[in-house]
Design a protein around this ligand. Structure first.
Ligand code: SF4
Ligand code: SF4
Ligand code: SF4
Length: 205
């Protein structure tokens, strides 16, 4: 986690609420897409745990109202996540292509991005407060894309001889991963919380 990570959540509110009055704010989403596709082939889901504004919103805002229940396993399945990814890309592509060439297309496309940001944030807040803060991040299309592009990159390393199975790492993991039980974790968001909390320095990147 970076020093700036806790403050990034405000950007979600600026884009999804401010964008209703000033649609070009929606183009901020393109910056997010670009960062995701540049970083993930080398660092997997590092963006999710360090730079994503909605991830920050989940960890530092939604967590305050969350009932912190278990994230249903079905939401982590690629059989569910890939169709959600394709659906969202399809809807976005269709809506953008339908306004290209019309009057005020620049603002209209910006508003499409704003709407996507607003709707997905609303879902993230609802699921995050009812279940666990990062529930949305378990099946978010951009998280799925990062999983597929670089899920095996920059893996967390466990020194098994140092581990005392205290499970403190698993208690702090925002993605509710089996930190010290599974070696390859393509949905690890590289937040580093498990590394910080381990009393035996058994974890590192
Ligand atoms: S899964 Fe999606 S919303 Fe969550 S941190 Fe990653 S990109 Fe952001
Ligand atoms: S916190 Fe460290 S010692 Fe405890 S279970 Fe996790 S890796 Fe092992
Ligand atoms: S395994 Fe560690 S670094 Fe990865 S998401 Fe969980 S707490 Fe963060």
């Amino acid at each position: 986690m970076l020093k700036i990570t806790p403050y990034l959540g405000i950007l979600v509110l600026i884009v999804s609420i401010g964008g209703l009055w000033y649609p070009p704010l929606g183009y901020f989403m393109l910056l997010i897409f670009a960062a995701i596709f540049l970083i993930s082939p080398f660092r997997g889901r590092w963006f999710c745990g360090n730079l994503c504004p909605r991830g920050s919103l989940a960890d530092f805002w939604i967590s305050k109202i969350s009932s912190k229940k278990k994230i249903p396993g079905i939401l982590r399945s690629l059989w569910v996540r890939i169709p959600i990814f394709l659906l969202m890309m399809g809807v976005m592509g269709y809506r953008i292509s339908s306004v290209i060439g019309t009057l005020n297309a620049f603002e209209k496309i910006g508003m499409i991005f704003v709407t996507i940001c607003l709707v997905t944030t609303a879902i993230a807040v609802l699921l995050g407060s009812y279940l666990s803060p990062r529930t949305w991040c378990s099946f978010c299309p951009m998280g799925t894309a990062q999983n597929l592009l670089g899920g095996k990159r920059y893996q967390l390393q466990l020194e098994k001889d140092k581990c005392i199975s205290c499970k403190k790492c698993e208690k702090v993991c925002p993605m509710q991963l089996k930190v010290c039980q599974i070696e390859t974790k393509p949905d690890c968001i590289k937040c580093g919380r498990c590394v910080s909390v381990c009393p035996k320095d058994a974890l590192k990147f």
